[in-house]
Write a protein that binds this ligand. Structure first.
Ligand code: SF4
Length: 348
């Protein structure tokens, strides 16, 4: 078991050269995935950007009276799901702001209708923050809410909203939304119900190296308990358009730091099957390089993502399958299309 002190030293480039970390992390990756690098064909749908929490880290959300505010009607959401299905997607990834005007039934109906109309699309939906909110407004337990969503067609939870699972940091970057124990409890409950999930870590803002390590250790502990996490997605913070970035004069992390974060995640979370290099957040070049630093997944084609682009991500809105496969082959690996549950997709 890696000690907290040793893991913190890995973040110090003066003490630990990046290539050493990369070599160790690559060996862990190889044990899990061999030469395979996964991608999926998916579409993101962000039904509303209205959010009551207005986290300092977030450039996507706004108040309901803002000129930027939007909310998709169910017809529009279904139209996007239809476009996704026609484009060959196996997954729709739905996350939103938390709009207090939306009733619990809105969430259930959305999942039920997508699942009923497009049964081949796997539904990955709702951050732990949204799930906790649904429990609050419905007066139901987390277990009941998750069971009802599963019944409606939910297959897996995305890992968003984890940010840093250290409450003293959350107080500064996302003070009004639920604290770390709630995030962990939502995922624990989902895993117990047989709903797998992913996790994220948002780094490159006010957190220390110790905070990053603590976050990863908490995830490792929960995974040892439930085994329900499929992957970790390290997300580089894009400070540009955020209050947090402006007030603290934050700069985007370097490629060195991004690769170090991927490698350390792979080493600490050796009980997670996959580490994702999310090209939307890292940029395409760094994401491709991350395949030699412990990552075994490039996420997907990602149509119409809003959250990271509103924060200033300069990546394109979509990569084609050919582009993704070329990136993987250039890195000396074998592209494998997967679905949301990491099952290989065989296309005729
Ligand atoms: Fe809302 Fe999520 Fe943005 Fe926070 S990060 S304001 S919870 S959409």
């Amino acid at each position: 078991m890696i000690s907290m002190e040793k893991a913190v030293r890995w973040f110090d480039s003066a003490q630990t050269p990046l290539h050493e970390l990369g070599t160790q992390a690559d060996a862990v990756r190889k044990k899990w995935s061999g030469d395979a690098v996964y991608y999926n064909i998916n579409a993101h749908i962000n039904p509303t950007n209205v959010c009551q929490y207005r986290c300092a880290l977030c450039a996507y959300s706004c108040d309901s009276d803002s000129p930027r505010a939007y909310r998709m009607e169910l017809d529009e959401i279904l139209q996007r799901a239809e476009d996704a299905e026609k484009a060959g997607c196996t997954e729709v990834h739905l996350v939103s702001g938390v709009d207090p005007r939306l009733p619990y039934g809105w969430y259930l109906e959305m999942v039920r209708e997508i699942h009923r109309t497009f049964p081949t699309l796997l539904i990955k939906a709702f951050t732990a923050v949204e799930i906790a909110w649904m429990a609050e407004i419905s007066g139901k337990s987390l277990q009941r809410v998750l069971a009802e969503l599963r019944e409606a067609g939910l297959k897996t939870l995305p890992g968003g909203g984890a940010e840093i699972l250290v409450d003293s940091v959350r107080e500064k970057i996302c003070a009004r939304k639920p604290m770390s124990e709630v995030w962990l409890e939502v995922h624990r409950t989902a895993h117990r119900l047989g709903i797998p999930s992913t996790a994220t870590i948002l780094y490159g803002h006010l957190e220390t190296w110790e905070d990053r390590v603590q976050h990863l250790f908490r995830l490792r502990e929960l995974q040892a308990e439930t085994g329900g996490f499929l992957a970790l997605i390290p997300l580089a913070f894009h400070p540009g358009a955020t209050v947090l970035g402006k007030e603290n004069a934050l700069r985007r992390t370097s490629a060195e730091e991004d690769l170090r974060m991927i490698a350390i995640s792979r080493l600490i979370l050796d009980n997670f099957p996959h580490i994702k290099a999310y090209w939307i957040s890292l940029g395409i070049g760094t994401a491709q390089t991350a395949l030699a630093y412990g990552a075994d997944d490039l996420d997907g084609t990602v149509r119409q993502e809003r959250i990271h682009h509103d924060a200033g991500s300069q990546t394109p809105q979509c990569l084609t399958v050919e582009e993704l496969c070329q990136l993987i082959r250039e890195a000396g690996r074998i592209p494998v299309e997967r679905d949301s549950l990491y099952r290989p997709v065989i296309r005729s």
